[in-house]
Design a protein around this ligand. Sequence first.
Ligand code: SF4
Ligand code: ZN
Length: 710
Amino acid sequence: MSVLTDLIYAGSNAVAGLTEGAVNDAIEKYGADQSISFGDTAYFLPTIYAATGVKVTTLGDLPACVGVMKSLISNKEDLGEALNAGLATAVGAEIIEALKFVGNPDPYADEKGIGFVSDPIIRSLGVPLVTGDIPGVAVVLGKADDPAEAVKVVKDYQSKGILTFLVGDVIDQVLDGGVKTGLELRVIPLGHDVTAVTHVVTVAIRAALIFGGIEPGNLASLLQYTKERVPAFVNTFGPLNEVVVSAGAGAIALGFPVVADIDLGENQVPGALESVLDHDETVKKSLELRNIKIKVTEIPIPVAFAAAFEGEIIRKSDMHAEMSSHKNTTCEVVLMKQKDEIEDKKLTLIGPDIEGEGPVELPLACVVEVAGDKMQEDFESVIERKIHTWYNYMEGVMHTGQRNQFRIRISKEAYESGLRLKDFMEVLYDMIINDFDAVVDKCQVTFYTDKEKAAEILETVAMPKYAARDERLESLSDETVDVFYTCILCQSFAPAHCCVVTPERLGLCGAVSWLDAKATNELDPTGPCQIISKEGCLDEVKGIYPDADRMVNEASHGALEHVTLYSIMEDPMTSCGCFECICGIMPEANGVVICNREFKGMTPTGMTFGELASMTGGGVQTPGFMGHGRHFISSKKFIKAEGGIERIVWMPKELKDDVAPRLNKTAKELYGIDNFTDMICDETIATDSEAVLEFLTEKGHPALNMPELM
Ligand code: SF4
Ligand code: ZN
């Protein structure tokens, strides 16, 4: 036998033995009826569920799984067979980790790692993964001989926006090395035991179930999905024991290449398992093996510029300067100009910079003027909204808010590195020319930090512009435009999914409005957003358009024949999985329940967000369930076919408060109802179906008197 297969089998057999023992012990201690669950997931023990279709809910379900696991270990001298044994290790690791949760809902409370990753977090990763904001996923495992080397590698991934999971003692090495960790910072410690690697394996596996619509039990298509669509890879630090090697074999079976920092000699498997002894080459080689290309935007500013810094928070004590609407005049506005009205790359600061003893407080009116043959006034707001993202890409800069209500903080460290306001202008100029080159030929930026000048700009330029834009947005409806757009950005994860984006129904991720789709189409006419003609509308209430059918049929590669824009019961729009909210019917209330991704509690349907969400996804139509953006809730088109917003009977309180002003306005306009949200139940009032019904009856909720939903 080769050394490699030998090691894999030794590891798999060891893990199988440990797992079997642990299962037997647990059954003896707690009984076979004891429930077992990772917590916030609708996919049971995800690896076992996806690979076999078995829904493990109690300890009594596990012995059969141990049997399946053992059957994967053939001990035959063949690399393919040995990789299957690696999958057995993954199953064993999953069981061992799940057992930690028996009788202890938070076994990771005292760990530096987070352990299990919930379904809603995976859904929230959908958009950044498809847009390339997160270009790949690294699993870094083990303990580096020289901690500084591990720190260097992890920081390099972080600066490239790679989502990095840490397993083993490398966690302490990276934390001691001063790397900031957390989901927003893209570096996530999982746990110290090697079995904690299961928590990233199940992320990949649930991606296949959530976005890919993979049927549980179809192991072959599961492995094909993870190989083709999950851009993950593994780096190991330090010596490899047999368990690590067999876990690595599991990774390879899923299609994730492994780069080890020890010399594996002839045991290397080109493309799948390779040795890279020089840590300066680790990152490059890993990205190459997984074919991950990093988009670098080289901007000549004194701090780093990358998506990885987006979530950075700057506290008051770390702050050198602040431009805040709470204290001073602020506004940011993008204006379309004629080409001869502006000078390309003219960057002007009128007023003081952020020099001097901190904290420096300044007003800031930021005026960005753009011109181009294909520029349209409608694209101003699309560009303007990106300012927030770009500023946050700068290390040591935090931006919140928009328009005339924003706050920018600049850290002491960034200031000491030399960051000044001209660098902000440089960022705006470079990014606009880079990202909007198809519509912008010329761009000039002016910052006003002079108190009086800033106030003048706010009053005479910015406010009138915002007002005009709001008027334009108000007047935009599905009736007043000529075309809708498709969006198929999410197809890299949900190959059959297609959003139809209209002025009144934004993409279900919440990130793509009709104006965004229009701009995307203009920037890249053969790209993800294609024009849908409104001609020949067959049903205005349900929203049935022949061209929408045709485009969705094409985009779904024939999987879908019909789609309605405004019905949840008849050919509803499909979901990829990254929706902000999920809407599901509550038959006993003759209405619908809406739940947002952030809500962790139970809904009156008896399902959590994750469980509701699992009812739809992967580009499949599921009448009665529909993913959508937050903003759609107050739309006149929201499930119009079923009677509209009057069907909404329950929402989490936070969501209800957030949408209340707009939703109440729509209810008043459409039905003459005042304060409609007072009639909608939430978790602070009731979550069990009977109590919800009681509340609705007491409030005289209109859904109770509407035609039967089913
Ligand atoms: Fe994905 Fe739809 Fe959002 Fe496009 S609009 S990014 S397809 S969820
Ligand atoms: Zn999506």
